[in-house]
Design a protein around this ligand. Structure first.
Ligand code: ZN
Length: 737
């Protein structure tokens, strides 16, 4: 064991650009913190200050160039140390792998271009838990170490200093959980909380420990009394010295010690489990923004000659808006209500910029189609993954032509199956059509529209007033949702006895079937103090009338109904497409309620052997428990001969109970930014989150085995719809037989 311990003090100010205040206050705190840092560095020649996040440095560069010049000088001398290397300290559970990589890529580039430094210490000190793939993302971009504080000691049993390995085994960083608090107001707290706790947990074999000091937000940083206390206590005791230092220096000392650190693999959880779902809008709009910006970037890279000349600049701005709004108190849903109006505007800006590029490229592609005498629909896959499924098209068909026969053909003139569905226009004859497509990455095809009698298309689909089946499955609906999911082709009952038996059978579903339930949730916006939501059931959404058949055709069968619970209403559609082992649900919920959590509850009839969840860039096995987890794209349970996966890009958390019941969280509705112990009293008029309309697309992928390929394809289909443009080039006039 080492005889000496060096305490590396790193001065910092944790900044929340948006939280209990709006963005403009965040700009003030960034500028003031940078000013104070420069003053202190000038005043105390030995002091070192640690500062991360592109966004903070950018405020100084753009609004206070003289201040930024002073910062650059301090960086050059090594006295202003850059950590984090990302745009902000984001939520580390909910963004996609593409976003984490963009934080690394754009953040590193900005610091290299503007400060000439290569940042290698990852640093998300306040983020509410860290996903199990982060070490791999960090390694990919040259980061070798990581600083965090949550989950705290009471939330997860962890060594304070360890090697953190990604769940796929491909990435590893040395990680430190700071002891005490990352924000201390004075020297007394610094000594009594942070230093004492750090020394109590320090690894004496390593002989080095890292301690945070400094106050956060609104012009924060190290206080003079803290700096002077450190100067006075350099020789803390015979075997302990205290030095001004920084995380890079600390991790280098750890490496030099040659000590093998304990290895921890997987996710670092759990803090604030309510943040996986509160303020549904920000999470959903974020996912849409991430996907569309990724698509636009992929298209512009694949077809540079068809993209607008300034596509690069537009994409940079779009990514900046996306990444900034992944900041932990924004994307987690823990900010005040007015802040989210601006967040919506910024994500809107990102989506507009990305969508303009997609329109630009796909329309220029469409214009390259050779002349043709038929009206055509050009279908473009704007993603880097194969698309297979039904495409929704809305071709313009003149009202007088609607009476004549209609058919669609592929570019060789071969008829393709299609099905008319109800469009969104309610004032004219405009119909929408479903057409199957199989398009490679960034692939396209031109479907011709002809006024000819189409051939009959055989189909495996059957639909009645309460059931749908295809060659893979059969479902039956009831007054609370789906009562039965049967695996395999449904046989006609031979007699009344068999018919009665089938009526009672629930197939893969457990007793009660699939339903949507409201539970009491009296926790604050973060859900401090709980790890799950197993509280009192307040009620179940129930049908207002009988189910009705909405789509009946060769490609898709749909049942639709309206459901009600208390003052809230759901328009619920359940579809099965021909040839797919998937049940698709589209829900439009008008939610009016407070202090509740709404979950899609899916009990299963089989013994679950394994639960597997999607996380950013990978998958993770998790236990069956009452614990709420962040979920990306899917959660699944698999038994000996049965598997059910729930796939959705519109839900972000949930639990799988010890009996195997999946409970996907659809929304939570506490008061905005309510933080215990502040108590909201009866009659208080604080705004409540998640009121009004929410839309969900949720699919169940079922089979005998867990099927990652079908789950991934479904997730991709939900988020990356094919873009359709209409080509009339060369069409001489309207053709009627
Ligand atoms: Zn924070």
């Amino acid at each position: 064991m080492n005889k000496k311990m060096t305490v590396h003090m790193f001065g910092n100010a944790h900044l929340d650009p948006v939280w209990l205040w709006n963005l403009r206050s965040g700009v003030d705190e960034a500028l003031n913190t940078c000013r104070i840092a420069c003053e202190l560095l000038d005043e105390y020649p030995d002091l070192i200050i640690t500062r991360g996040e592109v966004w903070v440095y950018k405020q100084a560069k753009e609004l206070a160039p003289d201040l930024f010049k002073r910062m650059v000088k301090h960086v050059e001398k090594g006295r202003l140390q850059v950590v984090n290397g990302w745009m902000v300290q984001p939520d580390c559970n909910l963004p996609t792998a593409d976003s984490f990589r963009k934080h690394c890529e754009l953040g590193k580039k900005w610091f290299r271009d503007n400060l000439g430094v290569d940042v290698t210490v990852g640093y998300n000190i306040d983020s509410f838990g860290h996903n199990a793939m982060l070490p791999a993302f960090l390694n990919e971009f040259g980061f070798d170490s990581y600083v965090f504080s949550r989950p705290g000691q009471h939330e997860m049993d962890l060594p304070f200093l360890f090697s953190w390995r990604s769940v796929d085994g491909k990435g590893m960083v040395n990680a430190l959980r700071v002891s005490g608090s990352y924000s201390v107001a004075n020297a007394k707290q610094l000594h009594e909380i942070n230093i004492r706790r750090a020394l109590a947990t320090a690894n004496w074999d390593v002989g080095h420990v890292l301690v945070s000091y400094g106050y956060g937000d609104h012009g924060g940083g190290p206080t003079r009394d803290q700096i002077e206390w450190i100067m006075e206590h350099r020789d803390y005791s015979e075997d302990i010295e205290i030095i001004f230092s920084h995380p890079r220096k600390f991790f280098d000392a750890v490496k030099s010690s040659g000590v093998q650190l304990p290895v921890v693999q997987g996710e670092l959880h759990y803090h604030a489990v309510g943040c996986y779902s509160v303020v549904h809008m920000v999470k959903q709009e974020m996912r849409r923004s991430e996907v569309v910006t990724t698509q636009a970037e992929g298209l512009a890279r694949r077809f540079p000659d068809l993209a607008p000349p300034d596509a690069g600049e537009r994409l940079n701005t779009a990514w900046e808006k996306v990444l900034f709004n992944q900041f932990h108190d924004i994307m987690d849903g823990s900010s005040i209500e007015p802040a989210y109006r601006h967040v919506g505007d910024e994500l809107g800006q990102a989506k507009v910029l990305a969508n303009e590029i997609i329109t630009h490229v796909t329309r220029r592609q469409m214009l390259q189609e050779p002349p043709c005498e038929h009206q055509r629909l050009v279908m473009a896959n704007v993603s880097n993954r194969r698309f297979r499924g039904l495409v929704t098209c809305e071709p313009w068909i003149r009202a007088d032509a609607l009476q004549s026969p209609l058919s669609f053909t592929d570019p060789d003139g071969k008829p393709v199956p299609f099905q008319g569905i109800v469009g969104r226009a309610t004032g004219n004859h405009q119909e929408w059509y479903l057409i199957p497509a199989d398009l490679g990455p960034f692939g396209k095809t031109a479907i011709q529209l002809r006024h000819e009698e189409p051939p009959a298309f055989p189909s495996t689909l059957k639909i009645t007033e309460d059931s749908i089946s295809n060659e893979h499955l059969a479902i039956r609906v009831n007054n609370t949702g789906i009562q039965r999911i049967h695996l395999g082709r449904e046989e006609e009952p031979k007699d009344d006895e068999q018919r009665a038996k089938m009526k009672k059978d629930t197939g893969l579903l457990g007793s009660g079937g699939l339903l949507i339930v409201s539970f009491r949730d009296l926790t604050d916006a973060w859900s401090h103090g709980v790890t799950g939501f197993s509280d009192v059931c307040l009620g179940t959404f129930r049908q207002c009338g009988p189910w009705r058949v909405e789509d009946r055709g060769p490609l898709r069968a749909t049942l639709a109904n309206t459901f009600r619970f208390d003052h809230s209403v759901i328009l619920w559609r359940i579809s099965v497409d021909a040839g797919e082992p998937v049940v698709r649900m589209r829900l439009r919920m008008n939610w009016q309620g407070a202090h509740q959590i709404v979950k899609l509850v899916v009990p299963v009839s089989f013994k679950v052997n394994e639960r597997l969840d999607g996380i950013p860039g990978g998958t993770l096995k998790r236990p069956l428990s009452t614990q709420e987890y962040p979920i990306q794209n899917f959660t699944s349970v698999t038994g000996d001969e049965q598997s059910v996966a729930i796939v959705s890009a519109d839900c972000y958390g949930g639990d799988v109970q010890p009996d195997g019941t999946i409970r996907l969280t659809m929304l939570r509705c506490p008061v905005y930014a309510n933080h215990g112990p502040f108590e909201v009293r009866e009659g208080d008029l604080f705004p409540v989150t998640d009121q009004g309309y929410h839309e969900y697309e949720i699919a169940l992928v079922v089979g005998k085995r867990f099927d990652q390929e079908t789950i991934d394809a479904e997730s991709h289909r939900q988020t990356n719809p094919v873009v359709v443009s209409e080509a009339t080039l060369g069409m001489p006039s309207f053709h009627l037989p």
